[in-house]
Design a protein around this ligand. Structure first.
Ligand code: KG4
Ligand code: ZN
Length: 341
């Protein structure tokens, strides 16, 4: 089965052709990142205008790369939410136009749930049940994955997402819109003797009622307060502070994921979302697993499949999607991610 997938939920414009949910025939991502650098963050209006400009060239290049035409495609998968309304509409209306013209079915996709399917594109066999941590710029969610089709939401952030904590800290520390990657790179340059002098940031774990939920807003305040104490920080201090910020966010993510694993006696962990690109998170999660039980597998997609793209949209569509008449497909900016089926 050949699925043409379209993803425009935030500032990326992405298309892909996926075969049988696991093979990428082509995948292209166009980003308006540089434009946002100029404005100091994502401006929804600017993102949507750029996406309108990029969508058709991206679509045509994706088909060309796969050496296919629209008539060869079996269905069109498109992200309908969650995301920015103007951005979502670009993808949704494009998908609907293709459906009307070709008569092919549409498969509406939940962007957050789809993230974890990046693992189905990069690993041949997943061992179930799995705990899935989807950690991106807008979400930090834990799921129990019973098989390719069945998901149970276990918990999520009650305030900011982990990626947001990275992004806001990065801006505060003068890394512009470099986000988590800029913090990771600075942390890699940090000197051990300076790291030792840093104040330890709080690692909020919440109480038992919020056992598998996350909270990053208190940490954000602590980061702001500690950073302001280090006025006129040298590069060494900035790198060491970046190290502490990264360690704190990663520790919270690892701790909760391990809790979920123990509670549900899962046999693997699926990591996904933009923050899954973080090398320290991958390392620390792997180390925690080794300590816990060497037989439990950690699945992590390659970096280009962690950040937003359309390939995992196509994979999700194959395993969990439902063909829907184009008249019933609409963009839903606040689409629910707390699923139980
Ligand atoms: O999944 P994604 O591309 O978009 C959303 O759906 O939000 O995730 C973007 C997030 C941003 O917060 C970005 O700072 C973070 O992923 N990110 C990273 C790294 N690369 C991207 N965070 C930590 N370390 C990285 N290497
Ligand atoms: Zn995403």
């Amino acid at each position: 089965m050949l699925i043409l997938a379209i993803e425009t939920s935030c500032d990326e414009t992405a298309c892909a052709v996926i075969q049988n949910g696991t093979t990428i025939l082509s995948s292209i991502v166009a980003s308006s990142h540089e434009m946002h650098e100029k404005y100091g963050g994502i401006v929804p209006e600017v993102a949507a205008r750029k996406q309108l400009e990029y969508i058709l060239p991206t679509l045509s290049e994706t088909l060309e790369q796969a050496k296919l035409s629209l008539t060869d495609i079996d269905a069109i998968a498109v992200t309908v939410g969650p995301g920015l309304i103007g951005s979502l509409l670009v993808g949704v209306e494009t998908a609907k136009s293709i459906a009307v013209i070709t008569g092919k079915p549409i498969i509406p996709i939940n962007h957050v749930l789809a993230h974890m399917y990046a693992n189905y594109l990069s690993h041949k066999k997943i061992s179930f049940p799995a705990i899935s941590l989807v950690v991106s710029g807008g979400h930090t969610e834990l799921y129990l994955v019973k098989n390719e089709k069945e998901l149970l939401w276990l918990g999520g952030t009650i305030d900011d997402a982990a990626g947001e904590a990275f992004d806001k800290s990065g801006r505060l520390m003068g890394f512009g819109n470099g986000g988590g990657l800029a913090i990771q790179q600075a942390a890699e340059r940090a000197k051990p003797n300076i790291i030792k002098t840093m104040t330890r940031l709080p690692r909020p774990m919440l109480d038992r009622d919020n056992y598998l939920n996350f909270s990053f807003s208190g940490l954000k305040t602590a980061i702001w307060r500690e950073w302001n104490k280090l006025n006129d920080a040298s590069e060494d201090i900035r790198n060491a502070f970046a190290y502490e910020v990264q360690e704190t966010i990663v520790d919270i993510l690892v701790k909760k994921t391990m809790r979920a694993l123990e509670q549900h006696q899962a046999s693997s962990i699926l990591l996904s979302g933009g923050v899954a690109a973080n090398t320290r998170l991958r390392q620390k999660l792997q180390a925690a697993l080794m300590m816990h039980n060497e037989d439990i597998k950690l699945y992590v997609p390659p970096v280009p499949l962690c950040t937003d793209n359309a390939a995992y949209i196509g994979s999700y569509a194959y395993f969990r999607g439902t063909n829907t008449p184009w008249e019933n497909v609409t963009a839903v900016p606040d689409l629910e991610v707390e699923v139980n089926n």
